[in-house]
Design a protein around this ligand. Structure first.
Ligand SMILES: Cc1ncc(COP(=O)(O)O)c(C=O)c1O
Length: 395
C-alpha cells in the first residue's frame, strides 16, 4: 500500500517519463543470450546482448560452473572478508592479474559496484575527477558518492581536457582522469595515449573502464590498454566479467598497494556477499577461452567492420564507431522507438536507446554484434534495417 504523497510522486514521474518518450519496459527473452533469441515468443536476430563472444552459453563455462557448484554450492554465504572467500575467487584474481599484466586484481560483484567502490574510496572532497562526458553512469555515480569535484570534458576532446586540467592546476587535492576505453553507446575508443601523456604533464592519475573492451580488443583480448600498447602505464583498470566473458561480476587490476587499499576501503567490496562460486569459475574459464580462441574476437571485429560499412553505405549515421558496438543515430526518441519496433516486427531486435543513457537528441538504435552471428544473419539484418529506414524516411 502506497500512502498519498509518495503515490502522487510516483504517478507524476511515470506520466512525465511517458510524455518525454523516455518510459521503459522490459522485454522477456526466453532463451540463452545469443545471436538469435526467443523474444516474447518468437525467434529474432539479437543485437541487444553484450555477450560479444557468445560465451554466456558455452559448454565449457557451464561445465566450470557445474564443477564449482558441486564443490562450493550456489551462494557464497558471506562477504569475502568474512567467510565468503573460496578458491575460485582467488584463482580468478590471479588469472586476471596475469591477463591484465598487473601486480594484482580484485573481483567486485558487478561493474557498477566496482566503479562506485573504486572512485568513492580513492577520491575525497578536495580531489578533482576529470571525466569524459559520455562515461558510464557508474563512473558519474562513483564521483558523486566520493564528493570529489566532477569536471566533465567533451567526449574524446583532448584540447578540452588539457584546458580543464590547466584551469584546475595548483589545487591541493589529487587529480584523476577517468574514461571508458570503449564507449558503450557509441562504439568509439578513448584516445588513451594522449590521456596518459596529459596525465603525466599535469600530475594526474588515470583510470580506465574496459567493460566493453575486455576479451575483444588487443592482440590477446586484454582490452584497449593492450591495443594501444599502454600496459604498465595506467594506474587503475577495471572491467566486467559479464559482457564478452559471458559470466558475471567485475574486476579492478593494478598495483598490489591499490588492491590492498580497496580490500580495506571500498564499501561495495566490503559490505556485500561474495559472488557465487559457479559464476566466478565460469569467468575463469572464459579467460582461458579468450587466451585460446583469438578467432572469436577476430571474427567479431571483422564482421562488425563489414556490417558498419553496409549501414554507412545505406546512408545511416553510425557516429565514430570503430568496434562491435554500432550506433544508428536517429535523434528523436519516438522515431527511434518506432524504428526499433518495426524492426522487431520484421524479426530483428535492435533496442532503441534514449536519454538518459545517451545525450538529449541522441536517441539511437544500439547494434551490438556477437561473434556467433552468421553472415546470413547480418545480411538479412542489413537489408531489413535499410528497407525500414527508408520507409521511416530516416535515410
Ligand atoms: C562502461 C561500463 N562500465 C560499467 C558497467 C557496469 O557493469 P556491470 O553490468 O557489470 O554492472 C557498464 C555496463 O553495464 C558499462 O557499460
Amino acid at each position: 500500500m502506497l500512502r498519498e504523497p509518495l503515490r502522487k510522486f510516483l504517478h507524476r514521474q511515470i506520466v512525465d517519463l511517458k510524455e518525454a518518450g523516455c518510459y521503459r519496459q522490459m522485454k522477456l527473452v526466453d532463451s540463452a543470450a545469443g545471436a538469435r533469441v526467443f523474444l516474447q515468443g518468437r525467434e529474432v536476430i539479437n543485437f541487444s546482448s553484450n555477450n560479444y563472444l557468445g560465451l554466456a552459453s558455452s559448454g565449457f563455462l557451464k561445465q566450470a560452473a557445474a564443477q564449482a557448484l558441486s564443490g562450493f554450492g550456489i551462494g557464497a554465504g558471506a562477504s569475502r572478508l568474512v567467510g565468503g572467500n573460496f578458491p575460485p575467487h582467488e584463482e580468478l584474481e590471479k588469472k586476471l592479474a596475469n591477463f591484465k599484466k598487473t601486480e594484482s586484481a580484485l573481483v567486485f560483484n558487478c561493474g557498477y559496484m566496482a566503479n562506485c567502490g573504486l572512485i568513492s574510496a580513492l577520491c575525497q572532497r578536495e580531489d578533482l575527477v576529470f571525466s569524459d562526458r559520455l562515461n558510464h553512469a557508474s563512473i558519474v555515480d562513483g564521483v558523486l558518492l566520493s564528493r570529489a569535484k566532477l569536471v566533465r570534458y567533451n567526449h574524446r576532446d583532448m584540447e578540452d581536457l588539457r584546458r580543464l586540467l590547466a584551469r584546475h592546476s595548483g589545487g591541493r587535492g589529487k587529480r584523476l582522469i577517468v574514461t571508458d576505453s570503449l564507449f558503450s553507446m557509441d562504439g568509439d575508443l578513448a584516445p588513451l595515449r594522449e590521456i596518459v601523456d596529459l596525465a603525466a604533464e599535469f600530475e594526474a592519475s588515470v583510470m580506465v573502464d574496459e567493460a566493453h573492451a575486455t576479451g575483444v580488443l588487443g592482440e590477446h583480448g586484454r582490452g584497449a590498454v593492450e591495443l594501444f600498447g599502454l600496459e604498465g602505464e595506467i594506474d587503475i583498470q577495471m572491467g566486467t566479467l559479464s559482457k564478452a566473458l559471458g559470466a558475471f561480476g567485475a574486476y579492478v587490476a593494478g598495483d598490489s598497494l591499490l588492491i590492498d587499499f580497496l580490500i580495506n576501503r571500498a564499501r561495495p567490496f566490503i559490505f556485500t556477499t561474495a559472488l557465487p562460486p559457479p559464476a566466478v569459475a565460469a569467468a575463469s574459464m572464459a579467460l582461458d577461452i579468450v587466451d585460446n580462441r583469438p578467432d572469436l574476437r577476430d571474427t567479431l571485429l571483422r564482421q562488425a567492420a563489414w556490417f558498419r560499412q553496409k549501414l554507412q553505405e545505406s546512408g545511416f549515421n553510425t557516429l565514430n564507431s570503430q568496434t562491435h558496438i554500432i550506433p544508428i543515430l536517429v535523434g528523436d526518441n519516438e522515431r527511434a522507438l518506432s524504428f526499433s519496433q518495426k524492426l522487431l516486427e520484421a524479426g530483428i531486435y535492435a533496442p532503441a536507446i534514449r536519454p538518459p543513457a545517451v545525450p538529449r537528441g541522441g536517441a539511437r538504435l544500439r547494434i551490438s554484434l556477437i561473434a556467433t552471428h552468421t553472415l546470413a544473419d547480418l545480411e538479412e539484418a542489413a537489408d531489413k534495417i535499410q528497407r525500414i529506414g527508408q520507409e521511416l524516411r530516416l535515410i
